[in-house]
Design a protein around this ligand. Structure first.
Ligand code: ATP
Length: 289
């Protein structure tokens, strides 16, 4: 039946990333076996799992850098697994990636690093506009404007991450892939990076695929968390939903000493926010009877 005045949400709009039956093998080693995952539009999906469970391989498969042994991956409804490199070019411009360690070109300044994807996908843009866009992306990532003229070797670890983020944002992506963005940052730097990720997601309407070992990040900014274990995604959901599964790795991860500390810290944050909300509501409003 034809539906009038109904707004249809297409499947690929609701789930910009769909992975089905993914298998990744390296020689005798099977990293993924029948792995499936759907990422929802507009969410920050945290991806966790023990070391070597294949989180980075999963990300590399989704962005077309690792051809899987079997399975199907669609991004925005486009098959990544079947596409020839040239065919995928359109969809590639709709995502940005922050690799572990930033993966910046050491012989280019930060601004020039940001210009790399712009030049690749938009050769029509002239040098002045390229510089302006790069400067804007640098500032959007929370770096001072002058950082655009610095080389990666002149930056701290936290600044390098932000520079990598600026490059990931170069093409105004709808999807952002972050591979361990807070690894190696001090707790204050990590919390700031988390807040930046959240703000960018909210203001730019991004969907974020975020690989992390950082429990604070999971509690603070992730809408859902996908758990890799036993060669597949064993559960996806909010942290309370994950805990209901009773999976031994999930139990140990979230209920271990670090998990409990992160949980307690989030509960303290929530209390502080509630107190400050109620204090601001109690304040007498000037000029009102
Ligand atoms: N190109 C490759 N060739 C051979 N083996 C690989 C390749 N890439 C990854 N692997 C193997 O696949 C497994 C999963 O690697 P991956 O880097 O995805 O793990 P991870 O979950 O991201 O780990 P970590 O949390 O330590 O970063 C590892 O055993 C790794 O050695």
């Amino acid at each position: 039946m034809a539906a009038d005045n109904h707004e249809f949400t297409r499947f690929e709009d609701e789930y910009p990333i769909v992975v089905e039956g993914l298998v990744n093998r390296f020689g005798d080693q099977t990293v993924h076996e029948d792995l499936s995952l759907k990422v929802r539009q507009g969410e920050i999906l945290g991806v966790v799992g023990g070391s070597g469970t294949g989180k980075s391989v999963l990300m590399r498969s989704i962005i077309g850098l690792q051809r899987p042994s079997e399975g199907e991956i669609e991004v925005f409804g486009n098959s990544i697994t079947d596409a020839e490199p040239d065919e995928a070019i359109g969809v590639r411009s709709r995502w940005g990636v922050l690799f572990q360690g930033g993966a910046l070109f050491s012989t280019l300044t930060v601004g020039e690093n940001v210009q790399v994807p712009l030049k690749q996908f938009h050769p029509e843009i002239g040098p002045d506009l390229l510089k302006d866009i790069a400067r804007y992306k640098v500032m959007l990532s929370g770096l001072p404007e002058e950082a655009a003229n610095k080389y990666p070797s002149e930056l701290s670890g936290g600044m390098k991450k932000r520079a990598g983020l600026a490059r990931a944002l170069a093409l105004d992506p709808e999807l952002l892939f972050l591979d361990e963005p807070t690894a190696g940052l001090d707790p204050i730097g990590a919390a700031r990076f988390d807040q930046l990720t959240l703000e960018l997601k909210e203001t730019l309407g991004l969907t974020v695929f975020l690989i992390t070992h950082d429990l604070d990040t999971l509690y603070e900014i992730c809408d859902r968390v996908a758990v890799l274990a036993d060669k597949k995604v064993v559960a996806v959901g909010t942290i309370p939903e994950l805990l209901e599964t009773g999976h031994p790795w999930i139990e140990e991860y979230f209920n271990g000493p670090r998990g409990r500390a992160a949980q307690a810290s989030q509960a303290r944050d929530e209390r502080r926010k509630a107190q400050s909300r109620s204090r601001s509501m109690d304040k007498p409003t000037q000029g009102k009877a």
